[in-house]
Design a binder for this molecule. Sequence first.
Ligand SMILES: NC(=O)c1ccc[n+]([C@@H]2O[C@H](COP(=O)([O-])OP(=O)(O)OC[C@H]3O[C@@H](n4cnc5c(N)ncnc54)[C@H](O)[C@@H]3O)[C@@H](O)[C@H]2O)c1
Length: 343
Amino acid sequence: MSRTKILVTGGAGYIGSHAVVELYEAGFQPVIIDNFVNSRESALDGVESILGVKVPLHRIDCNDAEALRAVFAEEGNVRGVIHFAAYKAVGESIEKPLEYYQNNVGSLLTLLTVMREFGVEALVFSSSCTVYGVPEALPVTEQTPTKQANSPYGATKQMCEDILRDVAAAPANKLRTILLRYFNPIGAHASAKIGELPLGVPQNLVPYVTQTAAGIREQLTINGDTYDTPDGTNIRDYVHVVDLAKAHVVAVQRLLAGTGETVETFNVGTGRGNSVLEVVQAFERATGVKLNYRIGPPRPGDVPAIYADVTKSVEILGFQTSASLEEALASSWKWQQHLADSQ
Ligand SMILES: NC(=O)c1ccc[n+]([C@@H]2O[C@H](COP(=O)([O-])OP(=O)(O)OC[C@H]3O[C@@H](n4cnc5c(N)ncnc54)[C@H](O)[C@@H]3O)[C@@H](O)[C@H]2O)c1
């Protein structure tokens, strides 16, 4: 029996590559679109080595409507799309707002236009907990009001969500979409053949932790310990990337089964909040490696604490994470060691 084709934009990236693996293992035929603006083709060697097959790749830009049309035409019978392709660095988005709006919002508009032309109706969209801004109460549910975004990156995610709601609400478009609001993805595939490839100095905690443990960075700087949290450091909901990838499989299955509403939004997190100091301690416990760290000043724009209420994803999407923080951190460390060995 032939596999159901799912187009995965940004499929060579951190989350996308893990989703490609989980989709294939669940019986789908993923087809990757990527322009490698923030990834390397070597990530796909890792995917091939895990799956034992090459996943089809189209090296194109999602802003290029003609190139997208050619992919839909060549592939034929695409049943759904997962749209990961975007720029994702909050700080950089403040420096380069035009590029962020163009790439994140522009690529979605182009993709939706071409999907409509080819009668492709199912879309899973990568949203983010940044849409909640600084929440008034924790944990945040999908009903928690979204706030004025504190960066152009966050604004692009809000705009994309609004666009998708409007497009799906117009019956002529026949779009069905699931918006997944990711909390903080960490970790790597158990094989250590794929993982996060931060280009340059990592902006996220866990790659910084593993690079410090590996001696690539001298010291981890914790951005502030005077927040209104039990130990004063930021609290986040760290979700294992393989769990997150599996949420996409469940979302695609739900869209293709046509069981849900036209537009649905789900938090994808563990429901647990962990402070930066707890992450440091969990990393040391999980790996036996001591971390050299210091406390620095708070980083502008950082939300003191956020974590997900996952009741809706559990009850309606039927999705629950399974990895512990220690397991996720151990997998990040294994990936870091693999990177060191392969260089
Ligand atoms: N990693 C996180 O912390 C996080 C949290 C919440 C939401 N997200 C969202 O999840 C998605 C995936 O994130 P990630 O961490 O895997 O990022 P990533 O940068 O590793 O992956 C994105 C991929 O998209 C590709 N890409 C970017 N623009 C493109 C374009 N115009 N055409 C074709 N390919 C393009 C990049 O080359 C890269 O391979 C993004 O939309 C991001 O905003 C990420």
